[in-house]
Design a binder for this molecule. Structure first.
Ligand code: SPD
Length: 396
């Protein structure tokens, strides 16, 4: 095995041990430390998500729909995988992009969205099943669930994976151009300190996201990103409003392209978006070798996006077949290689090329030291306060 692979495997083992040590939870255990206060407490029991047999799925083609509508984050699937699925099963997958959980939720809550499969993040999965928006999964149609690392199943937002299976996970930090920051970046001050941001006014962005962006401000101020005390939220709001005149935009859609082209010199970014800016995205745009990614010393977010089927979907059988296809190791590996996020598929990781492993080792995946500074976003009765804060900030 090449040395880089050995290092990444060791790194992965450390991450998984750290997660396992917390009962499948991140270091900052949402259920306990921040009191999610609901029935969705994490459990220490092994996941019940594995199908009883590891056999291949025998697809009943007479039950397949002609089309499947997939509501997915932008730049979040290798298009050639959709072509392969259509070739194999004759089902056309139509993908519409969204850029934050709240926009996605608004569409789904309105009803008759037309979507079959969606990829909400952790806390949004919990919102959705609590509101009755999700179908229960039929694990007998998901034999490839056996490929998913057990430490990434049975998480706090969906105990037992009744409604969701992991799609990709990643972190949120800062992507920057090393030409502009030859000494690197190590603090959220690079995005919030007026003296610093005045030097690159109009050349940086923050995510357009009501949990991520207040979360970054809270971290800079020394709080948990789940903090909802009025005092902390007021400080975060003031900080974000003071930052606005310096910003190019709130942007969650093409930060990859704008970093790669040099239009942005720094950005609040997801790890995979940063990796796309570094290595390019298929035939869509070329990468920029000067892009680096860091989790600031104050800490950042760890998250996981998950595949779910809408309760209103008339195509649940086909949706299961598609989900199972995406969990095939060769398909999951290709997808991860293309989009640059972290695969929860243990078998797929073994198939990743050295180029991706090297980028992970360079900072695009968290090591054990970084992992300690990461926090998951939770949903509880207080988190609606982030909607108010974000409305106030955007409306300024
Ligand atoms: N371009 C794909 C981005 C996926 C990010 N999803 C995670 C959001 C966590 N708040």
């Amino acid at each position: 095995m090449p040395q880089g692979h050995t290092r990444f495997t060791a790194l992965l083992l450390i991450i998984l041990l750290a997660l396992a040590a917390c009962g499948g939870q991140p270091t900052a255990s949402p259920g306990t430390e921040y009191g999610s206060g609901a029935t969705a407490e994490p459990t220490a029991t092994p996941p019940t998500a594995q199908p009883s047999a590891g056999d291949e799925l025998q697809v009943d083609r007479s039950r397949l729909s002609r089309e499947l509508r997939f509501f997915n984050w932008s730049d979040y699937i290798d298009p050639s995988i959709l072509e392969d699925f259509e070739k194999e099963y004759g089902v056309k997958v139509i993908v519409d992009p969204f850029d934050n959980n709240e926009d996605m939720l608004a569409k789904v809550r309105a009803g008759r969205s037309g979507y079959d499969i969606i990829t909400p993040s952790d806390y949004a999965v919990e919102i959705m099943w609590r509101e009755g928006l999700l179908a229960k999964l039929d694990k007998s149609l998901l034999p490839n669930l056996k490929n998913i690392d057990p430490n990434l199943l049975n998480k706090y937002f969906d105990p037992g994976n009744v409604y969701s299976v992991p799609y990709m996970y990643g972190t949120t930090g800062i992507a920057y151009n090393r030409q502009f920051f030859p000494n690197g970046v190590d603090s959220w001050a690079a995005l919030f300190d007026p003296a610093q941001i005045a030097q690159y006014r109009g050349k940086f962005s923050m995510l357009d996201d009501e949990r991520e962006t207040p979360g970054a401000a809270l971290k800079y101020l020394g709080y948990s990103l789940n903090e909802t005390s009025p005092e902390a939220l007021k400080k975060a709001q003031d900080l974000l409003i003071a930052q606005k005149p310096f910003l190019a935009a709130y942007n969650s859609s093409d930060v990859n392209r704008k970093l790669a082209s040099g239009e942005y010199v720094i950005a609040h970014s997801w790890s995979g978006t940063a990796l796309q800016a570094r290595k390019g995205l298929g035939d869509e745009f070329s990468g920029n070798p000067d892009i680096a990614f860091v989790i600031p010393k104050e800490g950042g977010m760890i998250w996981m996006d998950n595949m779910v089927i809408l309760a209103e979907s008339p195509n649940a059988y086909t949706a299961h077949v598609f989900m199972n296809f995406l969990m095939r190791p060769d398909i999951a590996a290709r997808n991860t290689e293309y989009i640059g996020y972290l695969s929860p598929n243990a078998e797929a990781i073994k198939l990743l090329p050295q180029e991706i492993i090297d980028l992970y080792n360079e900072g695009f995946a968290p090591n054990d030291e970084v992992l300690k500074r990461l926090e998951w976003a939770i949903r509880n009765d207080q988190t609606a306060a982030f909607t108010d804060l974000w409305t106030a900030v955007k409306g300024e």
